[in-house]
Design a protein around this ligand. Sequence first.
Ligand SMILES: Nc1ncnc2c1ncn2[C@@H]1O[C@H](COP(=O)(O)OP(=O)(O)OP(=O)(O)O)[C@@H](O)[C@H]1O
Ligand SMILES: [Mg+2]
Length: 312
Amino acid sequence: MIEVQHVCKTFRQFRAVWDLTFRIGPGDIFGFVGPNGAGKTTTMRMMATLLDPDYGDITIDGISVLDEPETIRRLIGYMPDYVGVYEGVEIREYLEFFAAAYRIPVEKRKKLVDEIMEITDLSGVATKDVGTLSKGMRQRLCLAKTLVHDPKVLILDEPAAGLDPRARIELRLLLKELQKLGKTIIISSHILTELSDMCNSVGIIERGIMLKAGRIDDILAERSAGELSQQKLLLRVLGRPDDAVTILRGLPDVGGVEIDRGIITFNFMQPIESNPGLLRELLQRGVPVVSIAPATQNLEDIFLNVTKGIIA
Ligand SMILES: Nc1ncnc2c1ncn2[C@@H]1O[C@H](COP(=O)(O)OP(=O)(O)OP(=O)(O)O)[C@@H](O)[C@H]1O
Ligand SMILES: [Mg+2]
C-alpha cells in the first residue's frame, strides 16, 4: 500500500532521513518507532506531500507523492503531532466545516459527521466548544477530522502522546475499528510499548536510518528461528536450582547463567539443533530437568537489540 524507496531528506547539511526503504501492506497498522529527532515526523510529512524528498520516492496505492501530490492528498488523512483547534466552535460545526472544505455535498454532511462522531466516540459531546476539550478528546477530534474525506490511509503522528491509559486503550480500539473498515494506518511514537499492542507491523528508526522494519510476527519468528549464534534459554529443574547452576556454569558455550524466581536463564552459544545434546548432558550429570525452552523474544527485546538509545 505504501512503498518508501531510498528516501533521503537533508536540512542544510543535516541528514534528517537517510536512504529509507520500507513498505506497509494494505490493512496494516504500522508502528513507526524511534527516539526524539529520529526522523519520524519528517518521513510522515513526506508521505503527506507536505515535504518533498531530496532523493527517492514514496508511492501510496501505486501513486507517487512527487508526481501526483493532489491525488495523494485525497487518499490520505494526516494528523500532525501538534494540532491547534479554533475556539468558540462546537465539535459538530468544526467537523461540518471540514466536510464542507472537502466539498462533501450539504445533504450528506450531517449524516457523515454523525457517523464519524459515532466512530470516534464524540457523539455525546457534539455541542461542546472545541476550545474547552481535554487532551484525549482533542486527539479524538483531530482523528475525526482526518476521517472526513474517507481516506484509505491514515498517517497519525504521535496520536497517543499525553493520553491516559484508558484513553490509550480507547485509541487502540478505535484504530482496530478503522482497520476493519479497510484503512491502512501508520502511527508514530517514541515509546515502543505505547504501540506494541496496537500494531501488526513496525519500523524502528534512529538518526534517520531504518534499523528494522516488517511484520511483528515475522520479526519475532526470525529472531527465534535459531539462526542466531547465541540463544537465550530457560531451564526449570526439580527442587533447588543451585546445583544445576554450578553444573551449567561448567559447560562449554554456556554463559550469563542467572536465577530468576526459581527459573534458570542462560545464554547458549550454539544453534537450536544443539539443544538435545545440551539436555542429554544435563541429564547425564544428574540435573533433574523439568523443561528447557528458548526464552521468547518480545518486541521490547528487539527494540533494545537494534537501537542504541542515541538521540540526535
Ligand atoms: N525544518 C527543519 N529544519 C531543520 N531541521 C529540521 C527540520 N525539521 C526537522 N529537522 C531535524 O530533523 C531531525 C528529525 O526530525 P523529526 O521531527 O523528523 O524527528 P522525530 O522522529 O519526529 O522526533 P520527535 O520524536 O521528537 O517528534 C531532527 O534533528 C530535527 O531537528
Ligand atoms: Mg516527531
